[in-house]
Design a protein around this ligand. Structure first.
Ligand SMILES: Nc1ncnc2c1ncn2[C@@H]1O[C@H](COP(=O)(O)OP(=O)(O)OP(=O)(O)O)[C@@H](O)[C@H]1O
Ligand SMILES: [Mg+2]
Length: 485
C-alpha cells in the first residue's frame, strides 16, 4: 500500500513519554510513515501547517495539551488551513471510552478517528499497533481522495467560470443592468422563467447565464428550438419513447427532458409547441412526471424550465393557439429584453467588445473606427439586434480594413440592413471592382439577406420556412450556417 509515498505526520504532543511511545508504535513502518515534526502546542502546529516549508498528510494530536488552542477548536482551525488534512486524536484513558457524544463531537469538528492511549505502565506502544497503523493508512487514503476531489471540483468550477466569461452579457444600459440583477435572482431559485425579446437580443444568452449561475450548473443545459422540429416529432424528441412504442422504434430513446434531468431545459420559440405537446409539458411542470411513449408507468424528472419567445405570447393565448394554464405555469418569472434601438448606449460597447474578441480569434489587429462611422453605427436601427452587430464585425474584420470609415461602416451594415424595408431587397449593392468577391461568397450574402428579410416579415420561423418551401429543420440549419441563429 502506497509503496513509493512516505506519509508525513505532524505530531502534537506535549508529554515526552507519549512521544516516545508513538515513535515506538510506528517504528516497524518507518519506511512508509515518517514523523516529520513534533510540536507541543496548538499555535505552533497551526503556524507550521500554514507555512510552505512542510507538507503534512496527517496530524496526530493529543487531546489534552497545554497552551491556549486545543481540542475541537484546534481540529477546526487545522481543517480551516488544509481541508484535506486528516486528524487522528489520541486521548488519555481518563476520557470515558464509551462516551459516544465525545467521539461524535470530535468527528463533527473534523477529526478522522480517535483512540485512547494505553495505560502508563505499557511503555512500548501508545495503542494497539496494527489498529493505529491501519488508521494512519486509511486516513492517508482519505486525504488522497479528498485532494483529488478538490482538484476536480476546482477544474469544474474553472470550466464554468470560463463558460460564463465567454458568455458574458455586455451592456451598461439600465435595462441590461436590471436583466443582470434578474439573472442572479432567477439563478437562486428553480421557478419556470420565460424570456421574451426580438430575434438576436440575447434570449439564449440570458438562459445560459441563469443556468450556469444556478446550483444546477454542474448538470446539463439542454437547448431546443421548438420551431425547428417537425410537429409529429416534437413529443418523441422532448419526452422520448420505449423500444417498440411504434413501428420503427427499434431502440429506446431518452427524451430531451431526461437528458436535462437535474439540469435546465431551454425551450426556445415556445409558442411553436403543438397543443398535444403542450398538455404533456403541463404534466411535467405539475407533477414532475414524463409520459414516455410506449410506457405505462411515468418517469420522474427534475428539470428547470426556461422558455423563450419573440412573439407576443398573450396574443397566442387569446387566439387559443397556446394553452392559458401552461402559459401561467411557464410565466412565473418573466424577463423581457428590449431591442438595441431602445438601449442605444449598448451599441458601441457591444461593437467594441466583438471587435476585440473576434480580432483576437482571427489573429488580426483590431481596426480603428472613425468618429463619423461610430456615429453611423450609433444611429443605425440594428433590426437584427446584437446578432447583427456580431455579423457586421465579422464582415468588417473579413474585409481586412484597419480603419473603419463611414463608407466601410455603411457598406458593412448594407448587407443586412434590408430586413426592414421590403423594397430595399430589390437593390442588391455590388462591391466595388477592387473588392470583387467570389461567386460563392456573393451567393452566401444574397442568401443571408433574403433569409433575414423573410424571417423579419414572418410571424414565426415555421412560417418563414414554409414561405421558402423548406422543412423547418432544414431552415433552422441553414439559418445557423448563415449566422442568423
Ligand atoms: N448583451 C450581450 N452581450 C454579448 N453578447 C450578446 C448579448 N446579447 C446577445 N449576444 C450575442 O448575440 C448573439 C445572439 O444572441 P441569442 O442567440 O442569445 O439571441 P436570441 O434572442 O436567442 O435570438 P433568436 O430569437 O433569433 O433565437 C449570440 O452570439 C449572443 O452571444
Ligand atoms: Mg434564440
Amino acid at each position: 500500500m502506497f509503496k513509493n509515498k512516505l506519509i508525513n505526520i505532524l505530531l502534537i504532543e506535549d508529554e515526552e513519554f507519549d512521544v516516545k511511545r508513538i515513535k515506538k508504535t510506528l517504528e516497524a513502518f518507518s519506511a512508509q510513515i515518517r514523523i516529520e515534526k513534533i510540536v507541543a502546542d496548538g499555535s505552533t502546529a497551526l503556524e507550521m501547517l500554514s507555512s510552505d516549508e512542510f507538507e503534512f498528510d496527517i496530524v496526530i494530536m493529543d487531546y489534552q495539551i497545554t497552551g491556549g488552542i486545543r481540542g475541537e477548536e484546534l481540529i477546526r482551525k487545522l481543517k480551516g488551513i488544509d481541508p484535506c488534512i486528516q486528524i487522528i486524536v489520541i486521548t488519555k484513558m481518563t476520557v470515558n471510552i464509551t462516551d459516544y457524544s465525545f467521539a461524535d463531537k470530535l468527528i463533527q469538528a473534523g477529526a478522522f478517528w480517535y483512540c485512547t492511549k494505553y495505560p502508563g505502565d505499557i511503555e512500548e506502544y501508545i495503542y494497539q499497533p496494527t489498529d493505529f497503523i491501519l488508521s494512519i493508512f486509511n486516513a492517508y487514503q482519505k486525504k488522497v481522495f479528498e485532494k483529488e476531489r478538490l482538484k476536480s471540483n476546482e477544474k469544474i468550477e474553472k470550466n464554468i467560470n470560463d463558460i460564463l466569461n465567454l458568455r458574458r452579457l455586455i451592456g451598461e444600459s439600465e435595462s441590461i443592468v436590471k436583466i443582470k440583477a434578474d439573472i442572479e435572482k432567477c439563478a437562486s431559485s428553480d421557478v419556470p422563467t420565460i424570456i421574451s425579446g426580438d430575434s438576436g437580443t440575447g434570449k439564449e444568452l440570458v438562459a445560459y447565464n441563469i443556468h450556469y449561475q444556478s446550483k444546477r450548473k454542474y448538470e446539463n443545459f439542454v437547448p431546443i428550438n421548438c420551431g425547428s422540429l417537425p410537429h409529429d416529432l416534437v413529443e418523441s424528441e422532448l419526452f422520448g419513447y420505449e423500444k417498440g412504442a411504434f413501428t420503427g422504434a427499434h431502440i429506446e430513446k431518452p427524451g430531451l427532458f431526461e437528458l436535462a434531468n437535474n439540469g435546465t431545459i431551454f425551450l426556445d420559440e415556445i409558442t411553436e409547441l403543438p397543443l398535444a405537446a403542450q398538455v404533456k409539458l403541463l404534466r411535467v411542470i405539475q407533477d414532475g412526471q414524463l409520459e414516455k411513449l410506449g410506457r405505462t408507468e411515468n418517469v420522474k424528472v427534475n428539470v428547470r424550465i426556461i422558455s423563450a419567445t419573440n412573439k407576443n405570447i398573450e396574443e397566442e393565448v387569446k387566439a387559443k393557439r397556446f394553452r392559458e394554464d401552461l402559459y401561467y405555469r411557464l410565466n412565473v418569472v418573466s424577463l423581457s429584453i428590449p431591442p438595441l434601438r431602445e438601449r442605444k448606449e449598448d451599441i458601441l460597447l457591444l461593437l467594441d467588445h466583438f471587435l476585440t474578441e473576434i480580432s483576437i480569434d482571427m489573429g488580426k489587429e483590431k481596426p480603428r473606427i472613425d468618429d463619423d462611422a461610430a456615429q453611423f453605427f450609433y444611429n443605425y436601427s440594428w433590426p437584427g439586434n446584437v446578432r447583427e452587430i456580431k455579423n457586421v464585425v465579422q464582415r468588417l474584420l473579413f474585409s481586412g480594413d484597419n480603419r473603419i470609415n463611414l463608407e466601410v461602416a455603411t457598406r458593412s451594415t448594407g448587407m443586412t440592413s434590408t430586413v426592414h424595408d421590403k423594397n430595399e431587397f430589390n437593390s442588391i449593392s455590388f462591391p466595388k471592382p477592387y473588392d470583387i468577391i467570389s461567386l460563392k461568397e456573393m451567393e452566401r450574402l444574397v442568401r443571408e439577406k433574403y433569409f433575414a428579410y423573410v424571417r423579419e416579415t414572418s410571424s414565426s420561423d415555421t412560417e418563414a420556412a414554409k414561405k421558402l418551401g423548406l422543412a423547418p429543420p432544414n431552415f433552422h440549419r441553414m439559418c445557423k450556417e448563415l449566422g442568423l441563429k
